[in-house]
Design a binder for this molecule. Sequence first.
Ligand SMILES: [Zn+2]
Length: 128
Amino acid sequence: MPLRGNDLYIYLVCKILYPLLSYISSISYSGCLWKGADEIVRRCYPVLLAFQVDYPEACMLTLVRQNHACPTCIARKFDFADLQTRRPERTVKDMTKIFYHARDLEINGDNKKAEEMLQNKGLVNIEV
Ligand SMILES: [Zn+2]
């Protein structure tokens, strides 16, 4: 089935944009030889200043359920009003553990429990 909408966006970011940004980041200090339009090869140091996204894009990129959780920390919707309490960061390592745990539950036939666990953590069930 062809990818559409948000799934296509997530796929493109993970498969094209993220590797490209990683490559730019890796050569930003050491430089790399590039041929310019004038055919002269120069050592270039590409710099990525920022990659900014809004809340819906951040939720798509982090596989967080929009309007249910924060994409950068573990705050849930009911925590949004409390701006003074600092929550632990949402890390790739922790979220990966949750996804693998949910996947194990699905493999064992407990789809409902897997979905509940992902919802409680504010995550969506999309494999990238
Ligand atoms: Zn947050």
